[in-house]
Design a protein around this ligand. Structure first.
Ligand code: SF4
Length: 410
């Protein structure tokens, strides 16, 4: 058995678990659920250059950029002196898929073991990995996490539109804060009110819908790519803020799409390889449950009418079939071309594909597929932007400005 310090039952009371901040809107809700279960959690906000430098110091430079950043952020936090290593734990996700994301945890443990051997690393996964850890996702917790993702997606979608067009600056952020607090309190208390979607979804939609927006025409820019770099402001150099500063509307696909992509991969693989089992049938049932929840949210967004609904996942699967097999599930696999096609189809012609250094699978499915998507959508203006420790922000922003110049011309 590997030699590393376990996260034990006693540590639930004594330790603060540090969490890397990938999706600021969603993660606050997810953390409230962990807090209800008695875990003390803290979202990391450190994002200076020191994070990258710590990553470079502690991870082999062949590792993918998200691994380097997540590990760098943890090491920078531990080195800051703000946290007592004797009462601190670190949390990292494991997708359970075939890509390297499942193995970041071992790189992190190796980095931590050198200077902080007493610090346990907790795995957040839905595949039953690390059974000896006292951090567990139970079935009721899973349901709450699913709803937190749905609410997070709704807030993110409404917020991105409102902050682009709001007439009174700051109104969208105030509304986001209000709803993050309200939903966070619901999850933190363990209340079942989160299930009252028929009441809460319309309230959120109407609240954001009441914000006065200008009818100015702005360039809409879709953001797709590897999951961490797509969402994390630390990784993509605050891409959404940059687009706003350039007078554009950032259009960010929902996190639920990635969750459903992972869920569907488990049973599509079983079908493709003729390897159906009880487990794959259970996954299929789980997928159907998640899809029904997504459809409910889409229906309410359509009825309310102020915000563009999330992509219907079955539609995404159907779009993917035009370009690539659903058996391509390394990294973000077929999801990236499907999202690019869905964005182009819905009139979001300008698309940034965020590509981390070292991410071979996503280079193939993103850059490799963009030509086929452009053939079907002649107005599609797709640009792949590389993110790595050596790429300068100016370089990335200049490439985006070039794309926007094309968009303006079109
Ligand atoms: S998807 Fe890319 S960045 Fe993510 S683990 Fe795989 S290779 Fe690394």
């Amino acid at each position: 058995m590997a030699d590393y310090v376990r996260f034990t039952e006693d540590m639930i009371k004594t330790h603060t678990i540090l969490v890397p901040n990938m999706l600021p809107v969603h993660f606050r809700l997810l953390m409230a659920i962990f807090e209800h279960k008695g875990y003390k959690v803290e979202l990391l906000e450190n994002d200076s250059r020191a994070v990258v430098d710590e990553g470079l110091k502690n991870v082999h430079n062949d590792a993918c950029y998200p691994a380097l950043l997540v590990i760098g952020q943890f090491m920078d936090a531990l080195n800051s002196g703000k946290y007592d290593p004797n009462t601190t734990a670190l949390m990292i996700t494991q997708t359970g898929g075939g890509c390297r994301a499942s193995n970041y945890i071992h790189l992190l443990r190796k980095a931590v073991a050198k200077n902080y051997p007493q610090v346990p690393v907790v795995s957040l996964n839905f595949s039953g990995l690390e059974k000896d850890s006292a951090f567990r996702i139970t079935a009721p917790m899973f349901l709450r996490l699913l709803y937190a993702v749905l609410y997070g997606d709704l807030l993110m979608t409404c917020y991105n539109k409102c902050r682009t067009y709001e007439i009174n600056k700051g109104e969208a952020k105030a509304m986001l804060d209000k709803w993050q607090k309200r939903l966070g309190d619901i999850f933190r208390k363990g209340s079942r009110e989160y299930l009252k979607t028929k009441k809460l979804y319309p309230q959120i939609l109407n609240d954001f819908g009441s914000i006065k927006l200008s009818d100015e025409k702005k360039i809409r820019v879709g953001i797709v790519g590897e999951i961490y770099v797509k969402y994390s402001p630390l990784a993509n150099n605050h891409l959404e803020d940059f687009l706003l500063s350039e007078g554009c509307e950032p259009v960010v696909p929902s996190l639920l799409e990635f969750v459903m992509y992972c869920a569907s991969g488990t049973f599509t693989d079983a079908e493709f390889y003729d390897n159906k089992s009880t487990q794959s049938r259970i996954y299929k049932l789980g997928y159907k449950l998640i899809y029904s929840k997504q459809k409910e949210l889409i229906k309410m967004m359509k009825e309310q009418g102020s915000f563009e609904p999330l992509h219907d996942f079955e539609h995404l699967r159907h779009l993917a079939d035009k370009y690539i097999s659903q058996g391509v599930v390394m990294g973000e696999g077929w999801l990236i071309p499907a999202e690019m096609a869905a964005l182009a189809q819905s009139g979001v012609d300008n698309i940034i594909c965020t590509q981390p250094f070292g991410c071979l699978p996503n280079h193939i499915v993103a850059k490799g597929m963009s030509r086929a998507i452009k053939q079907d959508n002649p107005n599609a203006n797709i640009v792949a932007i590389d993110y790595d420790p050596g790429a300068t922000r100016v370089n990335q922003e200049n490439r985006i400005k070039l794309m926007l110049a094309n968009a303006k011309r079109n």
